[in-house]
Design a protein around this ligand. Sequence first.
Ligand SMILES: [Zn+2]
Ligand SMILES: [Zn+2]
Length: 347
Amino acid sequence: MSSTKSYAAQEATTPLAPWTIKRRSPKPHDVEIQILYCGVCHSDLHTARNEWRNTVYPCVPGHEIVGRVTAVGDHVKKFKAGDLAGVGCLVDSCRECDNCKEGLEQYCTNGAVGTYNGKEKDGSGITYGGYSKSIVVHEDFVLHISDKLPLEAVAPLLCAGITTYSPLRHWKIGKGHKVAVLGLGGLGHMGVKLAVSMGAEVTVLSHNTAKEEDAKRLGAAHFTLVSDIKQVIKLKGAFDLILDTVSAEHDYNFYLSLLRRDGILVCVGLPPTPAQVQVGKLVSGRRNFTGSSIGGLTETQEMLDYCAEHNIVSDVEVIAMKDINEAYERMLKGDVRYRFVIDMATL
Ligand SMILES: [Zn+2]
Ligand SMILES: [Zn+2]
């Protein structure tokens, strides 16, 4: 065991503050990583503040982790000290269920283990995430990171990147497809970059006129203000797929009507209340209303390699660890273009 500096929420209503955690010594298949950067995901804030009513305190958030390997267990073949490495939202799963066997560990029937606020399978306690100096993870859940891209801008790919890449790949988006990205935030800006890189004609749907310039800069062909009824009506039946990144309540029926026959509305945001869907909207065009969660380990590696090849990273604002509480407040106001990333040298 080794002591590691971290930042933790001690309870739902207190700000995050310095705290010392213990990391296990590497077991035969473990990789020990010195964390260099950790992205700040909206899930971090939800969990730190117990908004999903399942937080175990103290809580050390962070699941967009990029760093350098400092030690490996005796049986580790894929990594050696000095390698760059990444850890995303998962650190373990059952490895035996059909989903795990198909490389879809995020849908593990027996419950995958989250990088933070997860229960270790060996009963050793609760997992602590990337707002810390180091982490020890089984090699099967560690990813290779290219040295071609700026590391701080790669970190958000581990959650925001894979969350948007996976549905675009699953529904085979490419040339000739019209894709709409609903909401231009941490997830949405990655969705635009990735869908454009796959050859789709991308439209950003937003409530905020100030986002138009960014949408175009990110590669979107079109921008439509959803409150502009005259413009939106023209989009009825227009899209093959809508990537819905909004995690606040909104009218799904309106967006379903923008899909062509067999079109797909895929939710990657998690609104707190149940959705009201008119079945008629589904029946009338054989439309699909569905969701998608992060990605498995194989697909996450594929996404990282794809981004290295196509020079795709997140737009980031690097912050010091001590500024995390202020960053949360700014996230709540939508005041970030488009992801905060913590420089762990400041911890
Ligand atoms: Zn996340
Ligand atoms: Zn499983």
